[in-house]
Design a protein around this ligand. Structure first.
Ligand SMILES: Nc1ncnc2c1ncn2[C@@H]1O[C@H](COP(=O)(O)OP(=O)(O)OP(=O)(O)O)[C@@H](O)[C@H]1O
Ligand SMILES: [Mg+2]
Length: 475
């Protein structure tokens, strides 16, 4: 007998809209017995529920894949496929699906196995209308509650954002207050904090709230510029100043004129270059390499480092005068570990961001996966979190991230679905992801990371600065 096509209640459903607009709850019943399906339709009819039914397991799976029903009623014994296998496939497609198994052949062993495989509930046949309604009503209430929680966190993310910086923990509220106080008046400021805590993001926020917001924001990464080129990069050079200087070059200080120069990784600035930098910062004047002419600029300086500059000073790697000049206004960013209460907020922010970047209907994360993320220590801080969520969003086939989408580190027990095509990414992206992971796991120690990866520090910086996906958060 040819398989009966799926019956779709309440007229035609637009598949795409249905997946994207998750407000209506969809229930799919899969059972080879048409009478049982008729009973389900009659018993569960309510306005906020879209009921789909099919007698064919294959068509059922197809519907699960395309429409992602939040609730599936599944007959355990069907001619073509075992209900337990179906259960596994459904959970594999979307772990957030609530699956209720129904069968005449009740056995507690099967029930236990089904619950272990992820079923939410188990009902006997013949179905008792009262019981069925009661269970489904409860599930619907649960699903609606979770949808509201997801919507709420979207709103919270919006409310807890300051110039693109997410946070509402007391430590972050203090950071926001300091940014507001520093921005109007600063000439120089030092931003410290572990790797990935948002130093550059904060620097951009300070700039965009400052009186020179309309001027340039120029980034000089002191660690990425080879030592012999540093001076010419910062101050420029004139033609013939050294071999290879075939024409005049404008340096970053000049590019930043009437704006802000962000001296990133200032702790890596070679000692020899520091006196000239101090003069430029202090007197707002410098000379291009190979020229005696003094150039004047009007540049605000923001410097950042994840090093403890006091220790560098004691070790003789950082000049005291430069340190005191830069650190007159100082701001330390908390690690993610110190503000774990911001993690759920950041999670939802990154999920939304990557769902958009990868154009996938991802709306949230399972409680299990969120708990696994909360247990982790996050040595690479927010950038590591961003990378983990980016990876999970790339890997998942579901509307909710679950443990198996996370990197192995988070104890994903099951293997990803081997039949699902692996995401196609470039070699550059693989290099970037790998380099990032090494740096994150070393708590941001880029010198060691470069050693392990077998590349120079400058190369490592180039690798790391490539952006994830097509869009980027701060731009
Ligand atoms: N509070 C935050 N809210 C949202 N995104 C954040 C936040 N903090 C950091 N990020 C994101 O995390 C990533 C790392 O931030 P950023 O580059 O500013 O860190 P950093 O402290 O400069 O790191 P490093 O020391 O490794 O250079 C960026 O993509 C940034 O957008
Ligand atoms: Mg940085």
């Amino acid at each position: 007998m040819p398989a009966e096509p799926a019956t779709i209640w309440k007229g035609q459903v637009n598949y795409h809209d249905e997946v994207v607009n998750r407000r209506a709850i969809t229930l799919l019943a899969i059972d080879d017995d048409p009478e049982s399906l008729a009973l389900v339709r009659a018993a569960l009819k309510r306005d906020d529920l879209e009921i789909l039914t099919t007698e064919d397991p294959e068509a059922g799976l197809d519907l699960v894949r395309r429409l992602r029903p939040q609730i599936v009623l599944l007959d355990l014994i069907m001619p073509k496929l075992s209900g337990l296998e179906m259960l596994e496939s459904i959970i594999g497609i979307d772990p957030a699906t609530e699956v209720i198994l129904i069968t005449a052949h009740y056995s507690s062993e099967t029930a236990v196995e089904a619950m272990q495989k992820g079923a939410s509930d188990y009902l006997d046949k013949p179905l008792q209308i009262g019981k069925l309604r009661e269970r489904i009503d409860r599930l619907i209430a649960d699903v609606q509650h979770r949808n509201r929680a997801d919507e709420l966190s979207e709103e919270m993310v919006k409310a807890c954002r300051f110039e693109g910086i997410i946070g509402r923990s007391p430590l972050m509220l203090d950071v926001f207050a300091r940014i507001r106080r520093i921005a109007p008046h600063f000439r120089t400021a030092l931003i410290t904090g572990d790797t990935g805590t948002g130093k550059e993001l904060v620097a951009r926020a300070i700039h965009s709230l400052s009186p020179v917001a309309g001027g340039p924001f120029v980034v000089a990464n002191c660690a990425a510029i080879p030592e012999n080129l540093l001076e010419s990069e910062l101050f420029g050079h004139v033609r013939g100043a050294f071999t290879g200087a075939v024409q005049d070059k404008v340096g970053l200080f000049e590019h930043a004129n009437n704006g802000t120069l962000f001296l990133d990784e200032i702790g890596e600035m070679p000692l020899a270059a520091q006196p000239k930098l101090l003069r430029a910062v202090q007197n707002q004047e410098f000379q291009r390499v190979g020229s005696l002419a003094i150039r004047k600029v009007n540049v605000r300086i923001l410097a950042a480092t994840n090093r403890d500059l006091r220790t560098s000073m004691k070790d003789g790697d950082f000049r005291e005068d430069l340190f005191f000049r830069l650190s007159m206004v100082q701001m330390k960013l908390p690690s993610l570990e110190e503000r774990k209460d911001d993690l759920p907020l950041l999670l939802h922010h990154f999920i939304q961001h990557f769902a958009q970047t990868y154009n996938k209907p991802i709306v949230g994360i399972s409680r299990r996966a969120e708990a696994a993320l909360l247990r982790y220590r996050w040595p690479g801080n927010i950038r590591e979190l961003e990378n983990v969520i980016g990876y999970a969003c790339m890997m998942t086939d579901s509307t909710k991230l679950d443990v198996q989408d996370l990197p192995d580190l988070f104890g994903s027990a099951s293997q990803p679905d081997a039949s699902a095509p692996a995401p196609l990414v470039s070699l550059d992206e693989i290099q970037r992801i790998h380099a990032r992971r090494v740096v994150d796991q070393l708590g941001g120690d880029k010198t060691r990371a470069a050693e392990i990866l077998g590349v120079s520090r400058a190369t490592l910086y180039r690798l790391l600065s490539a952006k994830v996906g097509t869009a980027h958060l701060t731009e």
